[in-house]
Design a protein around this ligand. Structure first.
Ligand code: HEM
Length: 411
């Protein structure tokens, strides 16, 4: 190999000569190219700044169910200088931990966030999408991000949780500020602002839960509290709050990214957009293919609790293992013509690895699919003539939630 992925040099290998080393900054800068080139060499590579990156879909699927690897939130937070304060407390109390604590904190959602209930939100999501489209001015360029992709997931979760619409901009700003901590592109002096955003989110959710406790309603939060009480499973008030904060934060930025990627890919593949305009049933295929082609979450991180052999590569205990969902989604061993965007492909998976797997698999996957499908049907039915006004948005990054720049459209 002699190309941009390795700065024009043959790849370096670990001291035992067994495992190629990938340059972390190259991976961030051009993830699809670098992943494809290294995938051809090995399903596991060492990361130049420490730890390993797993590129193969089969190896990632297996690791997501392997209890010799565990959640790495504490390690990644410490590495970012987060050792106390609202963000540290939030992660410790949230379901992003392992073992009985994880099961206990996730369990109340089995019924309150069940597929049947999520399916019932589809008309509400369609109405939100229709209302956002109504606000567009015909024939003038519209900022698709601010006018559609950003408010849609925020308004959807607000409706589900019963947050008044006038509070949504504040919630979105706080949630986005606090969630920035999951990325790697911020300076240490920005941490206090993220800590403060997290503190305010916790305080707002505390007030909402207190309100439902004193005046239960026919809504999700009241059902959630009832579920906790009925089960008497020992969830503390702080734990109850942390799961709702997570629900808000985990679903907004990820779905915003997916919405922009979906519409921008279809704008670039006009015949596929036109096919959905003629047949809305294809929306489901389009959403799944878009999540495969440009996943919102590039990597999730785990730690090896003991020494492991992954595809014959030795990973010592205590190593950070970056599972590249981005690479798995284009693994040639799973997908034919994996670098082609084709909503009609016959190897479209039913369960998308972009939502992770194992016990931490995304809790909001059905909601995200409902949002993306309903909004795409609304767009293709209401504004079939939609087109990009200007450059297509730039998608960046490999770690955590990826970044996507603005997108102007005209209808
Ligand atoms: C396209 C949109 C979305 C994508 C790509 C996505 C992706 C993911 C991924 C990859 C994970 C696994 C993280 C890990 O194993 O470390 C995850 C977990 C999670 N997601 Fe999503 N997500 C999306 C939307 C949502 C929505 C809409 C919600 C809720 C409203 C949500 C709530 C959660 C929660 C609570 C977890 C933690 C689950 C656990 O640790 O047990 N997500 N998501």
């Amino acid at each position: 190999m002699n190309d941009a992925a390795t700065d024009g040099h043959p790849p370096r290998y670990t001291q035992d000569g067994a495992t190629p080393i990938v340059l972390a900054e190259k991976l961030e800068a051009d993830p699809h190219t670098v992943c494809a080139r290294y995938r051809a060499l090995s399903p596991v590579v060492a990361r130049s700044t420490g730890g390993f990156v797993v590129l193969g879909a089969a190896e990632i699927e297996a690791l997501l169910k392997d209890d010799r690897v565990r959640s790495a939130k504490a390690e990644t937070n410490r590495a970012k200088g987060i050792t106390d304060g609202p963000l540290w407390d939030f992660y410790q109390l949230s379901m992003q931990v392992d073992g009985p604590e994880h099961r206990k904190r996730r369990a109340p959602f089995t019924r309150t966030f069940a597929l049947r209930l999520i399916e019932q939100t589809r008309p509400m999501i369609r109405a939100v999408a229709d209302r956002l489209i109504d606000n567009w001015i015909q024939d003038r360029p519209v900022d698709f991000v601010d006018g559609f992709a950003k408010p849609l997931p925020a308004l959807t979760i607000a409706h589900i949780l019963g947050i008044p619409e006038e509070e949504v901009p504040r919630f979105t700003t706080l949630s986005n500020e606090a969630a920035r901590v999951t990325g790697f592109n911020w300076a240490p002096e920005e941490l206090p602002s993220m800590q403060e955003a997290c503190r305010q989110m916790v305080s707002l959710v505390q007030q909402m839960l207190m309100d439902r406790r004193s005046r239960p309603r026919e809504d999700f939060l009241s059902r959630y509290l009832a579920e906790i009480d009925i089960k008497a499973d020992g969830l503390s008030a702080e734990e109850a709050v942390a799961q709702i904060v997570l629900l808000i934060a985990a679903g907004i930025e990820t779905t915003r990214f997916a919405e922009i990627a979906l519409v921008s890919l279809l704008m670039q593949h006009r015949s596929q957009w036109d096919a959905i305009c003629r047949n809305p049933e294809l929306a489901q295929r389009a959403v799944r293919e878009s999540l495969r082609f440009e996943p919102s979450v590039g990597t999730i991180v785990r730690v090896s609790a003991q020494p492991l052999a992954i595809a014959g590569h030795v990973v010592p205990a205590g190593q950070l293992i970056h599972l590249s969902l981005l690479s798995a989604s284009r693994d040639e061993r799973v997908f034919q013509r994996s670098g082609e965007f084709d909503i009609m492909r016959d190897d479209l998976p039913r369960t998308n690895i972009g939502f992770g797997g194992g016990m931490h698999r995304c809790l909001g996957d059905s909601l995200a699919l409902a949002e993306l499908e309903e909004s795409l049907i609304a767009l293709t039915q209401r504004v079939p003539q939609l087109r990009l006004a200007g450059a297509q948005p730039q998608i960046r990054g490999h770690s955590g939630v990826r970044r996507i720049e603005g997108m102007q459209v005209v209808s």
